[in-house]
Design a protein around this ligand. Structure first.
Ligand SMILES: Cc1cc2nc3c(=O)[nH]c(=O)nc-3n(C[C@H](O)[C@H](O)[C@H](O)COP(=O)(O)OP(=O)(O)OC[C@H]3O[C@@H](n4cnc5c(N)ncnc54)[C@H](O)[C@@H]3O)c2cc1C
Length: 451
């Protein structure tokens, strides 16, 4: 692929690049981190006339949203199956702007198949079009055994959650009753990657308001057909490099020093000095930023997501007939099928992440075998990926924090965690990158940037 070759060319050599050849007299924007936030910032600046240089410590772009070839199961897999909802307008816009719509399976109309492993009961959640949720009147579209009144408590959550933005209510404080186990808990853990007992009610209310309360059109799941790399990352890198951006893989930023109005960026591979008028965007996760900028107040509590990918002998059909299935009452939470690979996602998985990969693969396979009604003893080749800091723990405290303001006007922070009114997602990462670009261009104030 031409962009891969281009990227190879711009791999940094292990030498100082104090005067890199490709950086001319134009104002330069140095973007550190080639996750979605850094890439979105770069994409938004490609037409700005500024020279763009992106520095990434690893050999690939994508950060927490990446694909790779796994030799154990001999397939290209994602670090974790990512699901985008149509309510994520920035993410959908990103897909459109990259002309990548064909790389996605879009479930329209939106349908969410569920299975309860404890008794084998199955159902599908099917919101209707429009804001009036008349689907709740149809018992076959609801969780079995639930009544209309059970769902109305969500409005209470929204009202209480929105009011309690300073009060610190959790989802479990606001929502109780028969739907907790079969609806509120799986939705909270899928969207906030945090257990309902500690997850912010206000943030959950915002997620529900933007999606389920807006009807079916806001709830359509987007799934990358051939993986995240092909659908989200490689087309962006390709587009940026064609526009003249330079990507320096293998460049870990260690520290930054402020010299008047300019900065010195200390990479493993050398030092970069910024010029007057240059900007620096640190599109980094909070733990990396804290190392570079000791003393900065950044979030410190995270939640793990575990994914287990199994190579099956042949493609399987999930109960419900879709490409994914939500599971209640097991270790496995969401199953996805892509060809002969079955991928299982487990959110809010800090405790499980302390187990060995072999133990996780075995226990999760027991759930899969029961769901697919196949032999439990023969565990297929598998790959377990533990992302221990997949997202912040979205607690009320985290929801109420303010994003630190960088100490210099030419410096901007980006990254999913800097959008404190959204959970850490593709949407928040892209939003933060676009906002950082607007800040670089002087289009938004510090207050707007922090908001
Ligand atoms: C398993 C998993 C499943 C997920 N599922 C979903 C989902 O279904 N839907 C959804 O919307 N979101 C999901 N997310 C969240 C989503 O992936 C993240 O919110 C998003 O990718 C964050 O992007 P970012 O650019 O802010 O940060 P990152 O992706 O962390 O990017 C930061 C980049 O900076 C680089 N870097 C770090 N330190 C340095 C340094 N010192 N010098 C140079 N480079 C550095 C890193 O290598 C990385 O490439 C999931 C995340 C995980 C891990």
């Amino acid at each position: 692929m031409p962009c891969r070759a281009l990227a190879e060319q711009s791999l940094i050599r292990p030498a100082c690049f104090r005067h890199p050849l490709r950086i001319g007299l134009a104002m330069t924007v140095h973007i550190i981190g080639a996750g979605l936030a850094g890439l979105a910032c770069a994409m938004a600046l490609t037409q700005s006339g500024k020279q763009l240089v992106i520095y990434e410590m690893s050999r690939n772009a994508g950060g927490r949203c990446r694909s790779f070839y796994d030799s154990n199961i001999e397939r290209h897999i994602d670090n974790g199956t990512h699901l985008i909802l149509s309510a994520n307008t920035r993410a959908v816009q990103w897909i459109k702007s990259l002309n990548c719509h064909d790389s996605y399976t879009v479930i329209a109309p939106a349908v969410f198949p569920f299975l309860d492993l404890t008794n084998g009961e199955q159902w599908t959640l099917q919101p209707n079009g429009g804001r009036l949720p008349w689907w709740l009147m149809c018992s076959e579209r609801r969780v079995p055994g639930s009544r209309l009144s059970d769902y109305l408590s969500v409005y209470r959550l929204w009202e209480w959650g929105a009011r309690s933005s300073r009060g610190g209510l959790t989802v479990a404080d606001s929502l109780t009753g028969p739907l907790m186990r079969r609806l509120w808990q799986p939705l909270t853990e899928a969207t906030l990657n945090t257990e309902p007992e500690v997850a912010s009610a206000a943030l959950f209310a915002r997620v529900i308001e933007k999606s389920f309360l807006r009807g079916e059109r806001a709830c359509r799941p987007y799934l990358a057909r051939h993986g995240l790399g092909a659908a989200l990352i490689e087309p962006a890198i390709c587009r940026m490099m064609k526009a003249g951006a330079v990507v320096r893989f293998g460049s870990r930023l260690r520290t930054v020093s402020v010299i008047g109005q300019t900065l010195q960026l200390f990479f493993d591979t050398g030092i970069v000095e910024t010029k007057k008028g240059d900007s620096v965007v640190l599109a980094l996760p909070p733990w990396s930023l804290a190392k570079i900028w000791p003393g900065l107040k950044v979030p410190k509590k995270f939640r793990a997501i575990i994914n287990v990918h199994y190579l099956l002998k042949r493609p399987v059909q999930l109960p419900g007939g879709g490409v994914f299935l939500a599971v209640i009452g097991g270790l496995a939470q969401w199953l996805f099928v892509r060809g002969d690979v079955l991928s299982v996602t487990i959110s809010a998985a800090n405790t499980l992440a302390t187990q060995s990969n072999a133990v996780i693969a075995r226990h999760v396979w027991a759930d899969c075998a029961a769901i697919l009604k196949i032999c439990m003893k023969k565990i297929p080749p598998s790959r377990v990926i533990k992302e221990k800091r997949a997202t912040l723990a979205h607690t009320p405290d985290e929801d109420n924090r303010t994003v630190p303001l960088p100490p210099l006007p030419s410096l901007v922070f980006a990254g999913d965690w800097t959008c404190h009114n959204l959970p850490n997602t593709i949407e928040s990462a892209i939003t933060s990158g676009v906002r950082a670009a607007a800040h670089v261009l002087g289009q938004i104030s510090d207050a707007q940037y922090q908001g």
